[in-house]
Design a protein around this ligand. Sequence first.
Ligand SMILES: Nc1nc2c(ncn2[C@@H]2O[C@H](COP(=O)(O)OP(=O)(O)OP(=O)(O)O)[C@@H](O)[C@H]2O)c(=O)[nH]1
Ligand SMILES: [Mg+2]
Length: 328
Amino acid sequence: MPLFNKTKKTEYTAKSSGTSQSRLSERLSKTRNALARGFSGLLGGAHEIDAEWFDDMEEALISADLGVAPSAKIIRRVKRAVERKALRSAEDLLSAIRDEMATILKPCDQNWALDARPYVLLVVGVNGVGKTTTIAKIAQWLMAQKKSVMLAAADTFRAAAVEQLTRWGERLQVPVIAQAQGSDAAAVAHDALLSARAKSADVLIIDTAGRQHTQTELMEQLRKMKRVLQKLEPAAPHEVLQVLDAGTGQNALSQLEHFNQAVGVNSVCLTKLDGTAKGGILLAVADKFALPVRFIGVGEGASDLRPFDKHQFIDALLPVADMLRSPN
Ligand SMILES: Nc1nc2c(ncn2[C@@H]2O[C@H](COP(=O)(O)OP(=O)(O)OP(=O)(O)O)[C@@H](O)[C@H]2O)c(=O)[nH]1
Ligand SMILES: [Mg+2]
């Protein structure tokens, strides 16, 4: 088997030197460094490309939480490159990985067509994943696209949740429809849709309480919200977006499965990719559910939300060849 040429110069460094892209790379650096550490072990001069080498590669991918199935697909692609004798350098290895990642992420990278007015976006997820913060960031992003936005504070469960969203509304100068804590979440959603219609808002984003799938009453509340919205507007909610905390790793998959069963999830947003070495979970989610990933969250600030772009994501996630030669 050919050994890797470790001296060939990389082309990837230039790609990540743009301001916005390099910032994304910096935010994803924990996962990227974890992959760099895992991959660099594969490139030592004495290594044969044998079964053990592929086991080590699988371990590197799984340790960044890519999951078993996507890792297997990537490895299959690398094996094909080996068979074609097209794997001679770190660049070749990264290029094979990059191509397979792009294939896995293809269904996630879709234009967001807001094809109704008001477009009703119902945001769901377990506790603390970043729903409310993400809603504020999405509102800001939509406003920058010249869309008028309204928010509905339908997390009537947690104390201070209404206040949290109202404060965001004030900061962003976005109307927030709210009732007192403890009131019926479906009634808030109902009023908010009427109000968004009356004001001809482009998008209505509904915040909901964090919940575990085992909380049957709260899961039923979500179904009720959908039913109540549908009575007013059969196509509403036009989209159920689930927010997933990337740091929860493979748990994100079962969260998505449970919410999907309960209310039907149409899209996802992965948050907190900045704080975790488990950013590969996005590929596991993509591989299993093939849902659009609307945004990724890479920090706490209002501007730390990015529309998902598979190439930008892969560029930021994958180490550059130089990192594999001299890992930090
Ligand atoms: N580092 C980082 N922190 C984030 C990101 N998104 C959200 N957070 C933080 O996560 C914490 C929880 O965010 P919330 O928006 O309140 O989460 P939530 O899902 O609405 O929580 P509940 O309503 O209690 O279920 C806050 O401190 C946010 O600033 C992100 O992309 N990166
Ligand atoms: Mg919240």
